[in-house]
Design a protein around this ligand. Structure first.
Ligand code: FES
Length: 237
């Protein structure tokens, strides 16, 4: 396979030419934070948390969807990069429920972890917020649109992997929402209760109905943790 050489944070690394910057960084041992990225399932560059500086490029590039090229010089941890990632996180959080302490994903939420890593303790941005209705009609899955960050990981999993197509992105722009079509409940959608959307969700926007313990309780006493009865994955043939 043809290879190219790129330099990431001063580290030269040779990688296949079909790699993305994110993959090359991994090869070089450089960590880049991600949120919407789900390897080989959701690689759409939606959240912009993974942005990096590429020498010669006018704007920051989303590393998860930027292909490498020979001689590329990339910086992943400059003040500009850090500030852009932090501002993106703050914008996401500005339209997100603030009840983290009582959230089912407290202590196990990718958004919360990133907010912690970027030392976000208050919110700079405030404005109109979505107030979505929680859908708890399904036999096994609860959908809370107030915690959805529109990463589309669940949509890719449901559509491309499971080929069920129970959920998608509806409406447009600020009104965008991940849900079954026509605002119907998951209970009335083609959902097969496989639970793969729950597994791919980075926040508490989708979670199992029959979960009997919160994450912190499980962490405190893993022996007593009751695993939710999620159905096994149903993969496309
Ligand atoms: Fe790359 Fe979201 S992880 S844009």
């Amino acid at each position: 396979m043809d290879k190219v050489t790129v330099t990431i944070d001063g580290i030269k690394v040779e990688v296949p030419k079909n790699y993305t910057v994110l993959q090359a960084a991994k090869e070089a041992g450089v960590d880049i934070p991600t949120l919407c990225y789900l390897r080989e399932i959701n690689e759409i560059g939606a959240c912009r948390i993974c942005v990096v500086e590429v020498q010669g490029a006018r704007a920051l590039q989303a590393s998860c969807v930027t292909p490498v090229s020979d001689g590329m010089v990339i910086k992943t941890n400059t003040p500009t990069v850090r500030e852009a990632r932090k501002a993106t996180l703050e914008l996401i959080l500005s339209d997100h429920d603030k009840n983290c302490l009582t959230c089912i994903r407290n202590g196990n939420c990718e958004l919360q972890t990133l907010a912690d890593e970027f030392h976000i303790s208050g919110l700079r941005f405030e404005g109109v917020r979505h107030e979505g209705k929680i859908d708890d009609q399904s036999a096994s899955i609860i959908r809370d649109p107030n915690k959805c960050i529109l990463c589309r990981r669940c949509v890719s999993m449901c559509s491309n992997v499971q080929t069920v197509n129970a959920i998608g992105v509806n409406e447009r722009g600020f009104r965008s929402v991940v849900s079954p079509i026509y605002g119907m409940s998951l209970a009335d959608s083609p959902c097969i209760n496989c639970g793969q959307c729950v597994i791919s969700c980075p926040t508490g926007a989708l979670y199992e109905k029959d979960r009997t313990q919160r994450v912190w309780e499980a962490l405190a006493d893993p022996d007593k943790f009751v695993v939710a009865q999620t159905a096994p994955a149903v993969r496309a043939a």
